[in-house]
Design a binder for this molecule. Structure first.
Ligand code: SF4
Ligand code: SF4
Length: 145
């Protein structure tokens, strides 16, 4: 008793299941890391910050990004995905369920073109209903790591 979720509680898997295609980890740049991201990554890797910076970060002035290797983020492993998953930056955590989807269907379409994991067949309105619910209850986004 008491452990069943309410029947209408949305789940991320209702609108997104990652296929591990790796597209979002490709390219010649990566997302930038804010201070909280840097701290989280250092803690997760359990290494001194100087070593994490030297081995994994590309620092340009005040901008900290992850290094790129062979055209993808240094933490991306083919066939496995993100090797720093629990310590990844918040922008990686947010992708592909970006709030801008709610304000413009073009954003939904363009993210869907980049991310095969989005469940688009339900249509924009139904997708937004679930995404809005998930974003309002951001704890449900955090739970499904
Ligand atoms: S683009 Fe989407 S489906 Fe592909 S790895 Fe990234 S989040 Fe997963
Ligand atoms: S930190 Fe992980 S999720 Fe983010 S770009 Fe690198 S490999 Fe991809």
């Amino acid at each position: 008793m008491g452990t069943q979720p309410p029947p209408n509680l949305a789940s991320i898997s209702d609108i997104f299941v990652c296929t591990r295609c790796g597209f979002c980890c490709q390219g010649q740049t990566t997302v930038s890391l804010n201070e909280a991201d840097q701290e989280r990554m250092v803690q997760h890797l359990n290494l001194p910050q100087e070593e994490v910076a030297r081995r994994f970060w590309r620092i340009t002035g005040s901008v900290v990004q992850m290094q790129v290797q062979d055209g993808h983020c240094i933490f991306y492993e083919a066939g496995h995905g993100c090797s720093v998953h629990a310590g990844r930056p918040w922008r990686c955590r947010q992708w592909p369920l970006h709030p801008s989807i709610l304000s413009d269907e073009n954003n939904f379409q363009s993210i869907a073109e980049s991310c095969p994991g989005l469940k688009t067949s339900m249509g924009y309105a139904a997708f937004c209903r679930i995404l809005r619910q998930l974003l309002e209850d951001s704890s449900s986004l955090a739970q499904e790591e």
